[in-house]
Design a protein around this ligand. Sequence first.
Ligand SMILES: [Ca+2]
Ligand SMILES: [Ca+2]
Length: 240
Amino acid sequence: MAKRWWILFSAFMVLWCAPAVAATIVVTTLADEQNLNSRCSLREAIINANLDTQSGSPDCQAGSGADIIVFSDDLTGTLTLGSPLPDIDQNLTIKGRTDWSIEISGNYLVGIFEISQGGPTVNLQYLVIAKGSTPHGGGVRANSGVVLNIDRCRFTENFARLATYGGAVLNYKGTVNITDSEFLNNWADIGGAIDSDGTLIVKNCTFQGNEARVGSGIFNGGTADIADSKFESNNIVPPF
Ligand SMILES: [Ca+2]
Ligand SMILES: [Ca+2]
């Protein structure tokens, strides 16, 4: 009898200690909104994923652990941000469309993604990240301790304004892995497409038409491993 109770107790402990099952949160509108309107926006989805609640909006499923944000099948086109998205501060995957038919645009006014320091692992897949603008990292800023995996994304016309770092991606003392992605026509003062002060691994990527005063494609101030990638028509330009 005692053995049976021990088995039941062990099973309970395994279930109790198991990590939270990730939620898949489906974005159903390309509007940049946070209103109760039966449509789940990317902004609402990120807040729910960060807090593992529905405090962003009951329009989206609640987050739970290392969530996955996807876009509903009927959405294609551009999501234009009216203000910066909330920083991502939990493990999270954001998946666009395999044919790159979802674009997230900063409209040359705001940055797209920022990942909080302290160690979340964030995966960005199949996204077009365009026209983002911040002082550092117009498309994505990864802060210290972050692991950022970028797979099959396209970065176009992002820029770090006011003479600063990383037009498309700033890796500020994190670990950034980039595979099978394109960087087209991004610009900054230093690091036209990417500025890295951490660990950077780039594989099978294309860098074309990026501009900077120093490091038109990539400026590496940390550790970098670049393989099987193409650099074409990236230009050194005078200070903006
Ligand atoms: Ca909504
Ligand atoms: Ca979460």
